[in-house]
Design a binder for this molecule. Structure first.
Ligand code: DP6
Length: 353
């Protein structure tokens, strides 16, 4: 692909303030393994969420031409050195595509709608909100703006590429989705999937709100010489092809089977790499067993997926929410740290505030 289409040159400097919101997303086909500059080893597909949101404001002012990046970052009102270095890496990566950044100072203020310590991955929403602000400052035309925002968000965090649009997005080239690309995510056209998926709820059970032992970025690296790497990437391509058909047919039993297989495969890869590690918590296993028992008893189409941590995402259509949420409140909250859950649902992606 000719990446120069993503380069924006300005004759004039920019002085502007922009604020955007972007949601988190939950992967159904998992991105786990990358190469080159933030390119995925396999295509992934996710539901974009609505309530787990980052809101980011940029104040951009011109400065005399430099070669370095000049910015201040405040998270929930405080400067934070840990986030600072992640954002510096992001700016360095996007500089070839947004060269104007080198002669501007950018003040960034960001906050999350969900508790920072909840163990919810915030990099997807945070990087998608930041990338949306950068593209908004460039005042690009609408269609192209989304594509560039996703392209830049990917350079901050791979999964962030999928948070620009919604409700269903695909990142990574796959024959099953014509316009798909390794460089940015694309929304799956709503005419290609059953409308039931636009009603999906995601209740997140906060099993362990602690810091992860191994970050996702380290996890991706461990896929490089993983004994099951080749088989996994092949499987992900096949699962993507199957899932696209399942979404179109609205086959909920097949949906459940593939989603849970992807979740358990992700954690199996963590357990079988070198060094190996386990991010599931005993209560993660309790919840998984409860989901299987409840589904067998009630035949309700609830399934679980896992992110790279101990938390469990429960996915189900809105029409069954009353019964499923009653079970969550009475049976599953006991497995959550301080009984905490987050109720979310599929949503439409980043927007201007
Ligand atoms: C398990 O996007 O957080 O959530 O590109 O290094 O920032 P980096 O990784 P990240 O990895 C997400 C991994 C995952 C699966 C997924 O979201 O597809």
């Amino acid at each position: 692909m000719n990446l120069s289409i993503f380069k924006t040159n300005f004759l004039n400097s920019i002085q502007t303030q922009v604020t955007w919101q972007a949601p988190s997303n939950i992967a159904l086909i998992k991105y786990w393994g990358k190469h080159g500059e933030q390119l995925p080893k396999n295509p992934s597909l996710s539901f974009t969420l609505s309530n787990c949101i980052s809101t980011t404001a940029l104040d951009i002012i011109p400065i005399s031409k430099g070669t370095d990046i000049s910015f201040d970052f405040y998270f929930e009102g405080q400067s934070n050195p840990k986030f600072h270095s992640k954002i510096e890496v992001f700016f360095k990566r996007i500089l070839p595509y947004c060269p104007w950044i080198a002669n501007h100072h950018i003040t960034i203020n960001s906050q999350n709608s969900f508790p920072h310590s909840s163990g919810i991955a915030s990099s997807a929403s945070a990087m998608a909100a930041l990338a949306s602000c950068i593209v908004a400052a460039e005042e690009l035309s609408d269609d192209y703006a989304d594509q560039k925002a996703s392209f830049l968000a990917r350079l901050g965090s791979g999964s962030a590429a999928r948070s620009i649009n919604g409700p269903v997005t695909v990142w990574g080239a796959t024959e099953s989705v014509k316009e798909s690309s390794d460089f940015f995510a694309v929304p799956l056209s709503e005419s290609y999937y059953d409308p039931i998926f636009n009603t999906y709820c995601d209740t997140i059970l906060l099993i362990d709100q602690g810091q992860k032992k191994i970050s996702s970025t380290q996890g991706h690296q461990l896929m490089e010489n993983h004994p099951f790497g080749v088989a996994r990437f092949k499987q992900a391509f096949q699962n993507m092809e199957k899932l696209i058909k399942i979404l179109e047919e609205g086959d909920l039993d097949a949906f459940i089977s593939i989603i849970e297989t992807e979740a358990l495969t992700l954690h199996a890869l963590m357990m079988t790499g070198s060094p190996n590690y386990i991010l599931m918590h005993p209560n993660t296993m309790e919840v998984i067993q409860s989901v299987w028992n409840f589904r067998q008893e009630t035949k309700l189409p609830v399934c679980f997926t896992l992110d790279a941590g101990a938390n469990v995402h429960l996915l189900y259509p809105q029409k069954d929410a009353a019964q499923i949420e009653d079970w969550i409140d009475h049976k599953l909250k006991a497995f959550c740290q301080e009984g905490k859950i987050i109720k979310d649902k599929v949503g439409r992606g980043a927007k201007k505030v």
